[in-house]
Design a protein around this ligand. Structure first.
Ligand SMILES: [Fe+2]
Length: 389
């Protein structure tokens, strides 16, 4: 038995953002709080959002623009204060995963009527949520279609996770104009995050035919479009496909889970502050290799969306899994040439003496439960040592 749930209304394509006013109207939203960060603001994307709402005189917008790359409970509480001061009635999160997760967490605080998000860690959410629209400006996390919000508790160096079906956005708007200004390095890191969602969902012990379909297509779209978008950031069609791929990968993993690669990445982010996409790039080939003992054939299946029918057909069945890992490594080498996206912990500037703490945190991370092979501390430490070189 499995459950597959995704209630997010998706609007995707050229000028999709122009639908925002209609969607707010449908949600009976009159006083939205836009939650965003400085990068998005400086790139002029909030102006673009405001422009699409010009003429709708019933809508009063407030803006909170101080979300950091790794959002925290303090940021959430501050943004919730802005929501209340301005008597807002809904949220539009315009940004990457950190911004959208912050938006979800702010929605918890203002809907449940508490002052501090940490009061609700581990609690069941009881009140109806405010209308929530997600407008991703990266093509990576898939947070626009997931029901989780991840924050970083900087006091304890750990990630704090809030998960509830109530956190699903009502609407996600994927407009390639919103990812156009992403520099090549961020484009690559976020797309590899999406690739790791798709691949980990595909090999997860909770995989199902629906998550497989989303994951399979996402792998294909990322492989076909990422390099062309890095070479030409204005390639709108490529940006469109990457945005859709990230969203599909998000829908896949929110229903089947991610595994070891993410457990290591969450731990590395918590302990060393390594950006999530960088960690995914480092750990993805190692995670696939480690899981080969249990799901070799399934890893081999991913060669088809990754490299296409010719390479797939030419590779003997028993060699397809190794070829998949080899192709991921070659893909990452190409990305390194173009963007310098780190492939090893050393390239990412991680200190070797932090590996024990990372391994300890990784085996306690929630993602580890969905990994097809049970991971011990020694296994995790060994992978970290391999990933260091
Ligand atoms: Fe991720």
């Amino acid at each position: 038995m499995f459950r597959f749930y995704n209630p997010v209304k998706l609007i995707s394509g050229d000028k999709a953002l122009d639908s925002l006013s209609y969607e707010l109207n449908q949600l009976q939203s009159r006083r939205p709080l836009i939650i965003t960060d400085q990068g998005v603001l400086i790139a002029g994307l909030i102006e673009l959002v405001k422009k699409t709402l010009e003429g709708s005189d019933q809508i009063t917008i407030s803006v909170y623009d101080r979300v950091p790359p790794d959002s925290s409970p303090e940021v959430v509480n501050e943004a919730a204060g802005v929501f209340r001061e301005n008597e807002c009635d809904s949220i539009i999160a315009v940004g990457g995963g950190s911004v959208i997760d912050t938006g979800k967490a702010v929605n918890i605080v203002v809907s449940e009527g508490v002052d501090d998000i940490m009061q609700l860690e581990g609690s069941k959410l009881r009140k109806p949520m405010k209308p929530f629209v997600a407008v991703p400006t990266t093509a990576g996390t898939g947070s626009e279609v997931t029901y989780a919000a991840m924050l970083r508790d900087s006091h304890q160096n750990v990630k704090v996770l809030f998960a509830s079906y109530q956190l699903f956005p009502d609407v996600a708007i994927l407009d390639p104009r919103m990812t156009r200004s992403l520099p090549p390095l961020v484009t690559a890191a976020t797309a590899i995050d999406a690739m790791s969602h798709a691949m980990e969902a595909y090999i997860s012990n909770q995989k199902n035919p629906f998550s497989d379909a989303y994951g399979f297509t996402a792998i294909k779209l990322i492989r076909e479009n990422l390099l062309r978008v890095i070479e030409d950031g204005d390639d709108f069609q490529g940006r469109f496909y990457l945005a859709n791929a990230a969203c599909m990968a998000g829908a896949a993993f929110s229903n089947s889970g991610v595994g070891l690669v993410h457990a290591l990445g969450h731990a590395l982010g918590g302990v060393c502050g390594v950006p999530h996409g960088v960690a995914m790039n480092i750990f993805l080939p190692h995670g696939l290799e480690y899981n080969m003992s249990a799901v070799k054939d399934i890893i081999g299946e991913m060669l088809l969306p990754l490299e296409g029918p010719e390479v797939y057909a030419q590779t003997p069945k028993e060699k397809r899994a190794e070829k998949t890992v080899e192709c991921i490594r070659e893909f990452e080498d190409e990305l390194y040439k173009l963007t310098k996206l780190p492939r090893t912990l050393k390239e990412a500037g991680v200190k070797k003496d932090s590996l024990e703490e990372v391994a300890q945190k990784a085996i306690k991370d929630a993602a580890i439960h969905f990994n097809p092979v049970k991971v011990t501390y020694d296994d995790a430490f060994e992978i970290l040592e391999k990933a260091y070189q």
